[in-house]
Design a protein around this ligand. Structure first.
Ligand SMILES: Nc1ncnc2c1ncn2[C@@H]1O[C@H](COP(=O)(O)OP(=O)(O)OP(=O)(O)O)[C@@H](O)[C@H]1O
Ligand SMILES: [Mg+2]
Length: 225
């Protein structure tokens, strides 16, 4: 058996204290094999975003540990977390999170600049990624000049730029109509295969779940068996 790409062990996250405390994550444990696409499913308020943020190092658990590609995320300081997000884990957000004044190509190139990739190599990689997400002809357009689905495809290309091991997507199709959402999800599915990346994607949509290798269900901070 190959080593898991992601290990979540006994993770707790509580917001607030006393009678008002919300146990957003209550003893969450699971492993994910490399190269798989996992759908994280649960009702609003079930803890999906909290879990994804803890895994991606955007938030810290109160107890338990998260290991990504051999790195103990929970033990990292700020510098370590920055490096993790530069090198191993990348995010796709529901609201795309593109930089409005930059073109599609420049947005995709941001992680490569942070990684100090050489200009020619950066251009090559950006071109390849825009091709991969079907936007080669839109490289010069700014986010405001692109449709929602196109913006999300740019965000996916950007998330892949620095060749992460783990792609985290929090309801990446939440702002898109059903058909466009499905196209974006199918694109993610293809990318997991072609780039050998591991993806953890939260969604409400049963159609999206069908595209995943595995579905993890969360309810009130607990995983369902
Ligand atoms: N920063 C915070 N402070 C206090 N409570 C929080 C905070 N973040 C999340 N919560 C609470 O934790 C629980 C889980 O929230 P979370 O955002 O993880 O749910 P979700 O499954 O992502 O929901 P949605 O599908 O609506 O995005 C909720 O009860 C929420 O109110
Ligand atoms: Mg959420």
């Amino acid at each position: 058996m190959t080593a898991p790409l992601l290990t979540v062990a006994g993770v707790h996250r509580t917001f607030g204290s006393g009678p008002a405390a919300v146990h957003a994550l209550d003893d969450i444990s699971f492993e994910v094999e490399p190269g798989t696409m996992v759908a994280l499913v649960g009702r609003s308020g079930s803890g999906k975003t909290t879990l994804l943020n803890v895994i991606g190092g955007l938030d810290r658990p109160d107890a338990g540990s998260v290991t990504v590609d051999g790195v103990d995320v929970t033990g990292l300081d700020e510098d370590g977390l920055s490096r993790l997000r530069r090198e191993k884990v990348s995010y796709v957000f529901q609201t795309f999170g593109l930089i409005p004044v930059l073109s599609a190509a420049e947005n995709v190139g941001v992680p490569l600049r942070l990684a100090r990739a050489e200009a020619a190599e950066r251009e090559r990689r950006v071109e390849l990624l825009l091709e991969l997400v079907g936007l080669a002809d839109h490289a010069r357009q700014r986010p405001g000049e692109l449709s929602g689905g196109q913006q999300q495809r740019v965000a996916i290309a950007r998330a892949l730029a620095a060749s992460p091991r783990l792609l985290i997507a929090d309801e990446p199709t939440g702002q898109l109509d059903a058909e466009t959402g499905l196209a974006v999800m199918a694109l993610l599915r293809g990318i997991v295969e072609s780039e050998g990346v591991t993806a953890l994607v939260s969604t409400h949509d049963p159609v999206m779940m069908a595209l995943a290798d595995r579905v993890i269900q969360i309810a009130d901070g607990h995983l369902l068996p």
